[in-house]
Write a protein that binds this ligand. Structure first.
Ligand code: ATP
Ligand code: MG
Ligand code: ZN
Length: 322
């Protein structure tokens, strides 16, 4: 039985006994063969792409924040749609194994198997998407041990037929844990986008993510401030509910571009809960415009970086965008 089928059946009866049966061997031991690439590498080992997976992906960009609930998933999806609007080929990998959102945000159908050990990604508005919730449904708790979650992430990177992509955006879980570390070890990331809300409470947590990305040598591409202000119906003024300027101060402190200040807009929640994206439903909203602008800065910045030979990425990026 292929790994994905095993995983699906595992979620079907997420009992302790079946979980431990499927748990991979401890690091240092060979785990059973997963896929055409042959024997699976050890957990955390760098993936050497062989015919598929992320082999033809030009840029892998993680969307992260130390903080939960600041809008990472919403931003990942809308940013992906904005990049796709530029005519780029884009995918979204939901790396939030324990709290996946991309299925709820898109209602994308369950991916089709391709042969014994491959999966064709699902799709929303031309963006290829994979999320563990596509196998389990959004309401089922992901009862998994850490190594199993890492293994799933690995399969999403190696056994999904991503094909040729300009961008694979990774929707990271909150915090600075195992998944982030494993991802950085396994996949060659072009960079990370930091998401914060304006208030200091959020920025404190984002600084933890900054320190993690620095430790992992992942260039940071810029800061997106979400829920920056609210425009009310009665006076049409901007109300700065979570204080003003936190994102721009953080960006300045880090020497990074502020990619966007996205308004707090109830329509973002409404469209999200309907499984549609604001980028698609309300392309002329300020939120959508902010995504378009961020996508342009990111793609232009990374194109410049690539032109330069991609040596040490960040320095060049900063030089261009400061
Ligand atoms: N600009 C916005 N305006 C209004 N609501 C927003 C905005 N951005 C995100 N939201 C809402 O905030 C909630 C949290 O967003 P989201 O799930 O994207 O955050 P997250 O950082 O991915 O959370 P988690 O850490 O749990 O993964 C959702 O209900 C979403 O619709
Ligand atoms: Mg999320
Ligand atoms: Zn008002």
């Amino acid at each position: 039985m292929s790994f994905f089928k095993k995983v699906t059946s595992l979620f079907g009866s997420a009992s302790e006994s079946s979980e431990s049966k499927e748990a991979p061997a401890p690091a240092g031991h060979k785990v059973s063969s997963v896929g055409s690439a042959g024997t699976a590498p050890k957990s955390g080992e760098k993936i050497e792409p062989k015919g598929g997976g992320i082999e033809q992906v030009r840029h892998i960009v993680a969307v992260g924040s130390g903080k939960g609930g600041v809008g990472k998933s919403t931003i990942t999806l809308n940013l992906a749609l904005a990049l796709a609007q530029q005519g780029l080929k884009v995918g979204v990998l939901d790396a939030d194994i324990y709290g996946p959102s991309q299925q709820h945000l898109t209602r994308a159908p369950k991916p089709e198997m391709s042969g014994e050990d491959r999966l064709n990604p699902s799709e929303y508005e031309g963006v290829k998407i994979i999320s563990v919730a596509m196998f389990t449904g959004v309401n089922q708790a992901q009862v998994l041990r850490g190594p199993m979650a890492t293994q799933l992430l690995r399969q999403f990177l190696t056994q999904v037929n991503w094909g040729e992509l300009d961008y694979l955006l990774i929707d990271l879980p909150p915090g600075t844990g195992d998944i982030q570390l494993s991802l950085a070890q396994m996949a060659p990331l072009s960079g990370a986008v930091l998401v914060t809300t304006p208030q200091e409470m959020s920025i404190i947590d984002v600084r933890k993510a900054v320190s993690m990305f620095k430790t992992l040598n992942i260039p940071m591409l810029g800061v997106i401030e979400n829920m920056s202000y609210f425009i009310c119906d009665s006076c049409e003024k901007k109300h700065y509910i979570f204080k003003k300027g936190g994102g721009s101060r953080l960006a300045a402190e880090l020497g990074l571009p502020l990619l966007a200040e996205i308004p707090l807009d109830p329509r973002v929640v409404e469209t999200s809960d309907e499984g549609k994206a604001v980028m698609v439903q309300m392309p002329s909203s300020d939120a959508a415009k902010a995504f378009v602008n961020s996508a342009r800065i990111i793609s232009e910045g990374l194109a410049l970086q690539q032109k330069s030979g991609g040596d040490g990425g960040l320095g060049y990026f900063l030089l261009e965008w400061k």
